[in-house]
Design a protein around this ligand. Structure first.
Ligand code: SF4
Ligand code: SF4
Length: 152
C-alpha cells in the first residue's frame, strides 16, 4: 500500500533529468545569488583602508607604501561590506569557493611593478606640490610681516 503511494512520483522521475550533479567530475553550478569569495583588482586599490575599517571579522590589512592587500580567507564571512564600501570599486565577490587548505595562512596581493612606480611618482609629485604651497604661504606671511613693520 505504501509503495503504491509513491509509485506515480517514482514513475514520473524516471523520465526527468536528475536533479543532482556529478561534482567534482563536472563543474559545480552555483546559484545565481551565491556570494562566493572576495577578489581584488589590486592595481586599482588606492590603499585608503576603508575595507579594513569596515570588516566585521578584522580579516583585512592594507599597506599603502608596499602596495599590498591581505586577506585571511578563513576569517572572512563573505558579508560583502568591503565590496560595498570600496571607493574604487576594485573589490568584488566572485562565485565559487577557494581550495581548502590545512594552514590558516593569509593571502597577500601585491601591485604590479608598473603600478608601484606610478604610485611612487604620484606621491613625489604630491609631496613637491605640498612643499611648494608651504613655501609660498611662508613667503607671503614673511612679506606681509615686512610690509607691516615698514608701516610702523
Ligand atoms: S566580505 Fe566581510 S568579512 Fe569578508 S573581508 Fe569583506 S568585510 Fe571582511
Ligand atoms: S577600500 Fe578599496 S581602495 Fe580602499 S584599501 Fe580597500 S580595496 Fe583598496
Amino acid at each position: 500500500m505504501g509503495i503504491m503511494k509513491y509509485a506515480p512520483s517514482a514513475l514520473a522521475n524516471m523520465f526527468k533529468p536528475p536533479v543532482t550533479t556529478s561534482y567534482p567530475y563536472e563543474p559545480a553550478v552555483y546559484p545565481e545569488r551565491s556570494r562566493g569569495h572576495i577578489e581584488i583588482e589590486i592595481d586599482e586599490c588606492i590603499g585608503c583602508g576603508l575595507c579594513v575599517r569596515c570588516c566585521p571579522s578584522n580579516t583585512l590589512s592594507v599597506d599603502k607604501i608596499k602596495g599590498t592587500w591581505t586577506i585571511d580567507r578563513f576569517d572572512c564571512i563573505a558579508c560583502g561590506y568591503c565590496v560595498e564600501k570600496c571607493p574604487k570599486k576594485c573589490l568584488y565577490m566572485k562565485q565559487g569557493y577557494q581550495e581548502p587548505g590545512a594552514d590558516k595562512t593569509p593571502v597577500t596581493y601585491t601591485k604590479s611593478p608598473e603600478q608601484l612606480k606610478k604610485d611612487e611618482e604620484q606621491r613625489k609629485a604630491l609631496a613637491a606640490k605640498a612643499a611648494a604651497a608651504k613655501a609660498a604661504a611662508e613667503a607671503k606671511k614673511k612679506a606681509e610681516a615686512e610690509a607691516k613693520s615698514k608701516e610702523e
